[in-house]
Design a protein around this ligand. Structure first.
Ligand code: BG6
Length: 298
């Protein structure tokens, strides 16, 4: 483990569960844990608050499996890969060990960690495209959590892909929350045979399994959480899709890496570009998706 990129007393590279290396970041503003496996922000807790992110007690910590909770990085396809039933769900970026590229502390106390991923034989075998690319995931740990996923096309053909920051939020009780910001938007309802529907003029409330891909949704969302008496603001740039997911009872029971009783305590509101909003990045060009997560008292 290369520990040369550390900030004494602030950011240390430690061996986490399953032997997976992770950064542990502690500042007066927040605490965070970020695994190199998947460039995965597993925990983020602003000072004096409840954790912002949900992390399952049943999560695997295994180089061959994704971490359940936090913020999986999804690339280059979202969900199952069409026509390739054996391909890993949600792509391979969350299954790779990323390389630390830089770690700095800004004068305002924010810690910025950049992790990098490049193609290897395994990714070429899985994706099967003559693509040359670099991913950079830039994570800023401050009173807010900022994540910027940059895709650079280093090849000489357009790069077609999907990507998402699959954020699992910790909530007091999903049956009491409301998600604002997607009123009137169209979505594919994965819990109802991928039917295309339109959200009514009301915020989303949760009364059953909910698995929706909202398209053409570039604006911010707000998760209103009366039980934890806070609002979570999900701001974003260069993201046209928003995925909203809670597995509810039966699906929670079917997932080996998710506790049967954990579903009330989480909701995914994901920032991405998927389905109709899949990306096409020109040769030599870069695409940067940014999300900023902040809380405010309710
Ligand atoms: C969501 C999908 O984004 O991720 C769901 O919309 C899926 O359909 C969920 O079940 C979890 O996926 P995975 O591969 O991490 O179990």
């Amino acid at each position: 483990m290369d520990t040369s990129l550390e900030l004494p007393g602030v950011a240390r590279l430690m061996t986490g569960p399953g032997g997976l290396p992770r950064y542990e970041i502690t500042t007066p503003l927040a605490q965070a844990q970020i695994f190199l496996h998947g460039a995965h922000v597993a925990r983020f807790t602003p000072a004096g608050q409840a954790p912002l992110l949900f992390l399952s007690e049943k999560s695997w910590f295994d180089p061959a499996k994704p971490i359940r909770g936090g913020v999986p990085v999804i690339f280059p396809w979202f969900g199952p890969r069409q026509g390739h039933p054996d391909a890993p769900a949600h792509g391979f970026a969350r299954l790779r060990s990323w390389t630390p590229e830089s770690l700095v502390q800004e004068p305002d106390g924010a810690v910025v960690l950049t992790l990098r991923l490049e193609p290897d034989d395994a990714s070429r075998a899985l994706w099967g495209e003559p693509a040359d690319w670099v991913l950079r995931h830039r994570i800023t740990v401050a009173a807010t959590l900022t994540m910027e996923l940059e895709i650079e096309n280093r090849g000489n053909a357009p790069l077609r892909c999907e990507e998402a920051l699959h954020t699992y939020f910790h909530v007091g009780d999903v049956r009491q929350i409301a998600v604002h910001g997607l009123e009137g938007a169209e979505y594919y309802d994965k819990a109802d045979g991928m039917r295309r529907k339109r959200q009514d003029g009301e915020p989303i409330r949760f009364t059953a399994e909910t698995d929706r891909t909202y398209i053409d949704t570039a604006g911010a969302c707000v998760i209103d959480d009366p039980a934890l008496r806070r609002r979570i603001l999900v701001e974003k740039e260069n993201s046209s899709s928003t995925i909203v997911w809670n597995p509810w009872i039966a699906k929670a029971r079917s997932m080996p890496d998710f506790g049967d009783d954990e579903w009330p305590g989480m909701v995914c509101v994901e920032t991405g570009n998927v389905a109709d909003n899949a990306l096409e990045i020109a040769p030599g060009a870069r695409h940067l998706t940014r999300t900023v997560l902040r809380t405010e008292p309710r």
